[in-house]
Design a protein around this ligand. Structure first.
Ligand SMILES: Cc1cc2nc3c(=O)[nH]c(=O)nc-3n(C[C@H](O)[C@H](O)[C@H](O)COP(=O)(O)OP(=O)(O)OC[C@H]3O[C@@H](n4cnc5c(N)ncnc54)[C@H](O)[C@@H]3O)c2cc1C
Ligand code: SF4
Length: 333
């Protein structure tokens, strides 16, 4: 049985001081923060995560959704996924985020899961979750059996020869399209990290998933002022209608003036090793007519660099159709 020390720090500084003693903030970290526990406890039961100290941060003052002066929203790290998805301002001004969160997991899990925990959730790769198997992400240098094995659900964008695991989050895909900023407090002070810079590509260090350093505590996430008049859609395609991760998903924030697209932000889920903002698709659509031909061109641009594995070539066309359908839905809505 895995033995660990469990404490509830009284304030952020106390939590940071203890976590700063960890050798890493990544896989294998000996000190972990505990949010809702829906990822961490799960992985501790499987012996994939084996921290010696678990810091329950649920007493820290990070549980509010607040307005930012001048526009925008500040979302506390401990805000539950359900509360965020059902918040009146999120539903009105950032509906892509509400739709994305509600498409994930189950009601019970969303009631526990926190904003910060969702940002740092781990891949669902079956080899990663099985300690009898090698896995470069879990045990650097041990190999990646997914490349020659079961890879139907793996990534087609951003993979490396060392890891092809998909980032599983729905929330992060919507946050990428909304250009969220992640705020961290750590031993060196505070930093604001645009979500596009928060998750790392696997490269030759797949065990390093984010830019977090030992002691870094996510305190909140900010969303910029909403885009007035924008249409927002999150479309998720999966093997069954609920309680299932995305095979492909698309988050779209779009504004059309006259016949042409004046503002567009696009991110894809289920296909990338990180939440996948597509600047290529955005460039292909900006100033273009909002019609089926432009949408298909943008989808082709988004998946141009996709590299399939033996079992997941279908994801490339699926993701393209997902994006086209999401864009069409945004126009019709
Ligand atoms: C059966 C099942 C189905 C699911 N389906 C989906 C799905 O369809 N879509 C989807 O997006 N997600 C899905 N999830 C994942 C779920 O969204 C995550 O488990 C959840 O968001 C994690 O949040 P948490 O608060 O429980 O994290 P925890 O388990 O508490 O923590 C996760 C990680 O975040 C770190 N952490 C927590 N708080 C902080 C902080 N403030 N600062 C720094 N690090 C922190 C922890 O140390 C840990 O490493 C599913 C999960 C399960 C179990
Ligand atoms: S894809 Fe990544 S997480 Fe899965 S076995 Fe390979 S290295 Fe491990």
């Amino acid at each position: 049985m895995h033995i660990f020390e469990f404490t509830r720090p009284a304030d952020p500084a106390a939590a940071i001081n203890v976590a700063a003693q960890s050798k890493t903030a990544q896989q294998g970290a000996d000190v972990r923060f505990l949010g809702g526990g829906t990822t961490l406890i799960d992985l501790m039961k499987l012996n994939v995560e084996t921290p010696t100290r678990v810091l329950d941060i649920n007493r820290l003052p990070f549980g509010k959704v607040e307005d930012v002066p001048g526009g925008g929203l500040k979302i506390g790290a401990a805000v539950r996924n359900s509360d965020l998805a059902n918040h009146a301002k999120v539903q009105r001004d950032y509906s892509v985020l509400s739709q994305a969160i509600l498409s994930g997991a189950s009601g019970q899990i969303r009631n526990m899961a926190t904003t910060a925990g969702n940002l740092v959730q781990r891949t669902r790769c079956v080899y990663f979750r099985d300690t009898a198997m090698p896995c470069n992400k879990r045990e650097p240098g041990s190999g990646c059996p997914a490349i020659t094995g079961s890879n139907r659900t793996m990534a087609v964008l951003g993979a490396s020869d060392h890891c092809i695991a998909t980032n599983p989050s729905d929330m992060c895909v919507a946050m990428a399209a909304l250009e969220a900023v992640i705020h961290v407090q750590g031993p060196q002070g505070t930093r604001a990290i645009p979500i596009g810079d928060f998750h790392l590509l696997p490269g030759d260090t797949p065990s390093r998933e984010t830019v977090l350093e030992p002691g870094d505590l996510i305190t909140h996430v900010t969303l910029p002022a909403p885009i007035a008049g924008s249409k927002q859609v999150y479309l998720k395609l999966r093997d069954r209608a609920s309680y299932e991760f995305a095979l492909a998903s698309a988050a779209v924030v779009m504004k059309v003036d006259g016949d042409n697209i004046s503002y567009i932000r696009i991110a894809l889920g289920g296909v990338g090793t990180k939440p996948w903002r597509s600047l290529e698709a955005e460039a292909a659509l900006t100033g273009e007519p909002a019609n089926a031909a432009s949408f298909r061109k943008a989808a082709d641009a988004a998946l141009r660099d996709a590299k399939p594995q033996s079992e997941n070539k279908f994801k490339i066309e699926l993701a393209k159709r997902c994006l086209v359908h999401a864009l069409q839905t945004a126009v019709n809505g």
